[in-house]
Design a protein around this ligand. Sequence first.
Ligand code: SAM
Length: 236
Amino acid sequence: LYVDVELSEGAEIRLDGSHAHYLLKVMRIKQDQPVKLFDDRTGEYLAHVTMVGKRDLILLIDGKTRERENVPDLWLLAAPIKKDRYNWIAEKATELGITKMIPIQTQRTQNTGIKPDKLRAHMIEAAEQCERTALPELEPLIKLEALLDSWPGDRHLFFADERIHESGAGSFRKALVAHAGPAALLIGPEGGFSDVENEMIRALPQSVPVSLGPRILRADTAAVAAISLWMAGRGD
Ligand code: SAM
């Protein structure tokens, strides 16, 4: 369970609201039962229940079970698509191990009404489910131009371009070998990037156009495929 307070061995922590609801009503937790907690700052802890109230409970932290994990430095830049499928991307990207998600607004982006709180809740739930001890950051929606203008010089931008495959270029494997270090994956919206955007992205010195294979993948599939490929090459 993720809690937004710094945890430490021997500390007592009172949970109410959604945390208490989850533990009391969903998990039906009882006095003395163990609970695993992480704080996204110091790591994961084992605690046990010392007091059960109607709408709150108190836990005593017994000890640290894991340090906060070091995840490979990978950002996901994905243009928002239909809400439930964008939530799915956030969930899977969290499971697969990204460090940051940046929603980007492109010419063909249709859903710009992202609700950061909801998206973050999906990411937290995914982190809890797969036992991550570090949450990915979630940035506010940013326009593609603004993102490229402020692009950090030391980070490669792996640009998933469905048009590159035919030229025989764009091998993901070769791109990984040639471009070590911090990276980001850029995935377009369902309608893809416009020609102007495509040129703009390619003009960025850190841009590395990559193919995800001969077929045109849905944006959500493309995001998960790209993260998996990157992790397979670099994630260890
Ligand atoms: N422009 C396309 C169209 O409407 O025919 C489709 C865009 S595709 C559904 C959405 C995004 O997924 C693309 O912008 C790209 O970033 C990524 N993508 C999909 N298939 C890909 C592939 N085979 N190689 C690289 N990127 C791909």
